[in-house]
Design a protein around this ligand. Structure first.
Ligand code: MN
Length: 190
């Protein structure tokens, strides 16, 4: 049985950037539904005892969608903190500066990609096997693990992620999300 991740903060701890109501719906209802659906779908299949990562790499259709959405949301919610380190440091900062010129230029490029993703999906900061950074868009439940890339950070650009707090203003939601991303966690993944 796949379980809900525990949030490493209180449901109102990310406000005003992400409200308690958004967490109640996005974590409490949307993620719960993906976890519940996955647990029903895998019964009697070859994925009954598989990890989320195995299903992301091999499964298709509803099992892929619900496994990936469970992984993606767990990763997303666990990147936030109520007391985040809001700027990267060390080797990750050097890598971002080398690739994009500055941390601000990286943020601008990430925002451009995330606002430009048509429809529902996820914008990821990833690294490849050689350690090179990139920003990639994935539609719907897409996850870069399927392409052999390592996810470092993600923003959810499905409307359900921001419609309660920001209505149609995806760009405003993305800008607000920088305030709760804990780069200490991203550095550990790098
Ligand atoms: Mn979502």
């Amino acid at each position: 049985m796949h379980k809900m991740p525990e949030l490493p903060y209180a449901q109102d701890a990310l406000a005003p950037h992400i409200s308690r109501e958004t967490i109640e719906y996005h974590y409490g209802k949307h993620l719960q539904t993906y976890v519940d659906n996955l647990n029903k779908l895998i019964v009697g299949t070859e994925y009954e005892n598989a990890s989320l990562e195995e299903m992301i790499k091999k499964a298709d259709g509803p099992i892929f969608n619900n496994a990936a959405q469970t992984w993606n949301h767990t990763f997303y919610f666990c990147t936030f903190s109520s007391q985040p380190q809001v700027i990267p440091s060390g080797k990750l900062l050097v890598a971002l500066e080398t690739k994009y010129g500055s941390f601000d230029a990286f943020k601008a490029e990430f925002e451009k990609k995330a606002t430009g993703l048509f429809g529902s999906g996820w914008t990821w900061l990833v690294k490849d096997a050689a350690g090179n950074l990139d920003i990639v868009n994935e539609s719907n439940a897409g996850n870069p693990l399927r392409n052999g890339l390592t996810p470092l950070m993600v923003m959810d650009v499905w409307e359900h992620a921001y419609y309660i707090d920001y209505r149609n203003r995806r760009a405003a939601s993305i800008q607000a999300t920088w305030n709760v991303i804990d780069w200490k966690k991203v550095e550990e993944r790098f």
